[in-house]
Design a binder for this molecule. Sequence first.
Ligand code: ADP
Ligand code: MG
Length: 203
Amino acid sequence: MFISFDGIDGAGKSTQRDLLTQWLTEQGHEVVLCRDPGTTEAGERVRDLLLHRAELELHPRTEMLLYMAARAQLVDDVIRPAIAAGKTVLCDRYLLANIAYQGHASGLDLEDVRGVGKVAVDHVMPDLTILLDLPEDIAFPRLGKNLDRMEAKGVAFMHRVREGFLKEAETYPHVAVIDASQEIDAIQKAIREAVSQRLKDMP
Ligand code: ADP
Ligand code: MG
């Protein structure tokens, strides 16, 4: 099974992913954790370029293509082999993030992003995407002082990203929208229910 976590920065992805890992491991799943962009050696270098090189100007198209390149490497090196070995993959972000950030929020043509995305993921798509939904004015103050390049785009940008995620969720049945304004335990409970449901539906 392949599960991705998405949502704006500060929504609680890392917190919830760690709790879900505990639960799945207790149930006998062999969990493989990854982050997108990143995880592979090449992907981590691209991540550094994308998030931590504030001195570099990157156009939205450049940004989108770099994310996609990192993802292609992640799919081939980590995600596809893990799924084939019967493991459960939990990934921090995936293609949906590019559709929301570079598509909806930065104005790239959505069909273009989807088209490049198709090449990057090469048919490897999550069985379930947990979309942690939180108003940007709650999420933004959680981010602290050292903002990465995406976080530094500010709260109005985050608003557009959030709207983009919600719009996409309407059309994709495998995206579970979870109200992330609740207490940590209540959010985790909702996530476990969504995962249990999806596991039941799977062959
Ligand atoms: P993300 O990975 O989506 O950026 P994190 O899991 O790192 O988000 O959470 C961002 C911050 O918000 C962390 O300091 C975390 O402890 C806090 N946090 C996470 N979930 C909640 C919650 N439900 N209520 C209050 N604070 C939370
Ligand atoms: Mg995180």
